[in-house]
Design a protein around this ligand. Structure first.
Ligand SMILES: [Zn+2]
Length: 131
C-alpha cells in the first residue's frame, strides 16, 4: 500500500510589509533628549520669572546649557534627528514569508506545514486563498 506523500513546496514566496515606525510614531524624527529636558525646565519656570521685564531668555538658556556641560545653546545639537530605527523615513519595511503574511491577515495555515493547497490557490485563482 502506498503511503500518502506530502508535497513540500519547492519555492518560498515572500511579501514586503510596511508599517509606521514605532520608535518615532511614523514621524521619521526622534527628539533629542537633551532638548526635551531643556523644554521641560523652561516650561516649568513660574510665569513671574519668565514674564519679568529683566528676564533674559538667551542668558537663561545659555546658563542652562553650561549647567549641562555645554558652552552654550548652539552646542546642544539639533532638537530632532532622523530616527535610527527607520533612517528618517517613518516607515519600517520588512520581508516575510507569504504564509506568515496570510496568518497575519487572518487566513488559515495548516499546522502540518503542507502548503500544497496554497500553491494551488496561487496558481489557479486570483492569488488569494479564502478558506
Ligand atoms: Zn522611526
Amino acid at each position: 500500500m502506498d503511503q500518502l506523500q506530502v508535497n513540500k513546496p519547492v519555492k518560498t514566496f515572500f511579501v514586503t510589509s510596511e508599517e509606521p515606525c514605532p520608535a518615532c510614531s511614523g514621524t521619521g524624527y526622534a527628539a533629542n533628549p537633551l532638548w526635551m529636558a531643556y523644554w521641560q525646565d523652561y516650561d516649568s519656570m513660574p510665569p513671574p520669572i519668565k514674564d519679568a521685564p529683566d528676564f533674559d531668555d538667551e542668558q537663561w538658556s545659555n546658563e542652562w546649557a553650561r549647567k549641562h556641560g555645554y558652552r552654550d545653546m548652539d552646542k546642544l545639537g539639533p532638537e530632532e534627528e532622523p530616527c535610527d530605527d527607520c533612517n528618517g523615513t517613518g516607515i519600517l519595511t520588512s520581508k516575510l514569508p507569504l504564509s506568515e503574511a496570510l496568518v497575519t491577515l487572518g487566513y488559515y495555515i495548516p499546522k502540518d506545514d503542507n502548503l500544497a493547497w496554497l500553491n494551488q490557490a496561487l496558481n489557479e485563482g486570483d492569488g488569494v486563498y479564502r478558506p
